[in-house]
Design a binder for this molecule. Structure first.
Ligand code: 3HC
Length: 335
């Protein structure tokens, strides 16, 4: 028994932090996913090759997982590969400054870990873990997981990278709610060290341990959170950004001054308007509108702000559209 505990603990440092009794009980008595050996994820399939999906694929590949990136068509996959290639160049330069040969070897090796596919069924056949990072639409996500539930192996863990939808609602589309959780990464994925690991009421201990272990093996720092609106980071960040907009709407300060204030007075790497443009104003509005409908968060925190609604209605989504609170040098360009 003790050696089993040691094995689990050394494979998963996060498990070390739990009291020995709960760990021992879990190892000895958990029967919720007996077909599944925890901490054994090798093959990861990621659905969605946008900024988040591509970032997750990159980080997994950099850390020796075999990764398959899936999207609807070759054009989308090509965009995802381009995102990865340019990000890998930055990472390679940082890791091997002034050694072009090693940079190239690192990039080629990482790219070699990545397969691409437009065939969802084939791409799921060998997956130990499926991470979904597609459009933020509950029905679309449910349809995808319902289909995957029928074709993926029994042991395969399912995860969503959603930032705004309840994990439990997405999981309901499957019969493997015990092997379903959330893995919420942050933009830019290769740079941000945090992953929120979301467990629903039904996520089994084995599944949760495996997700924590995957994050650690991706060299990320996982934190755990219940399936609540915004989890930890967005629950704090989005109301803060909305309150910044209200300061400007009331004419109390300019976006520029608020940004300077929060960077130099609070040590944030970006001010709230720079961050809102970075996250996407459409994404921010989508999150707030969703929370308002759900009614689980204080009305004052999620009250609409005309400034945001107008910019989104005009198609000014921030960095991704070339214009938000600030103008950008083309789509996705610099300020
Ligand atoms: N790939 C790899 N590395 C990257 C990268 C990428 N796509 N983007 C930035 N980096 C690295 C750079 O290589 C550089 O590394 P170094 O410091 O070791 O040399 C470092 O990040 C800093 O990059 P830059 O010098 O180009 O730019 P900045 O210093 O302005 O930093 C930033 C850019 C990392 C984005 C920083 O401003 C930051 O941390 N901003 C806050 C981002 C944030 O809060 N993200 C969370 C958003 S919320 C979210 O994602 C949740 C969602 O659900 C809405």
């Amino acid at each position: 028994m003790l050696s089993a505990v040691r094995r689990v603990a050394s494979a998963n440092p996060a498990a070390m932090m739990r009291p020995l009794t709960s760990l021992t009980m879990t190892s000895a008595f958990s029967t919720s996913s007996s077909a599944y050996a925890p901490h054994n994820v090798k093959n990861i399939t990621v659905f969605g090759s946008g900024l988040m999906g591509a970032g997750i694929v990159q980080v997994a590949a950099q850390n020796a997982f075999n990764v398959t990136m899936v999207d609807l068509n070759p054009e989308a996959l090509k965009k995802g590969q381009d995102i990865i290639a340019s990000s890998l160049k930055r990472v390679a330069k940082k890791q091997f400054p002034e050694d072009a040969a090693q940079q190239k070897e690192f990039i080629d090796k990482t790219m070699g870990q990545i397969k691409t596919s437009t065939d969802s069924e084939a791409a799921s056949k060998d997956a130990d873990l499926i991470i979904e990072a597609i459009v933020e639409n509950l029905k679309t996500k449910q349809q995808l997981f319902s289909m995957l539930d029928k074709v993926a192996p029994e042991h395969t863990l399912f995860c969503s990278n959603t930032s705004s939808l309840p994990i439990g609602e997405i999981a309901k589309a499957t019969k493997r709610t015990d092997r379903f959780g959330g893995l919420h990464f942050f933009n830019p994925v290769p740079q941000m060290k945090l992953v929120e690991v979301i467990r629903t009421e039904e996520t089994s201990q084995d599944s949760f341990d495996s997700l924590m272990d995957v994050c650690t093996r991706m060299k990320k720092t996982p934190v755990s959170c219940k399936d609540t609106p915004g989890f930890i980071v967005n629950r704090l960040l989005v109301p803060y950004m909305m309150e910044s907009l209200r300061i400007v709407e009331r004419g109390e300060a300019t976006p520029q001054d608020v940004d300077v204030a929060m960077k130099l007075g609070a040590g944030f790497p970006m001010g709230p308007f720079e961050l809102a443009d970075f996250v996407g104003l459409d994404t921010m509005k989508f999150i707030v509108d969703g929370w308002r409908k759900e009614g689980k968060i204080d009305d004052n925190l999620v009250a609409p702000v005309k400034l945001l609604d107008d910019l989104v209605a005009q198609g000014n989504f921030g960095r991704k559209s070339g214009q938000g609170f600030y103008p950008y040098n083309g789509v996705g360009g610099k300020k």
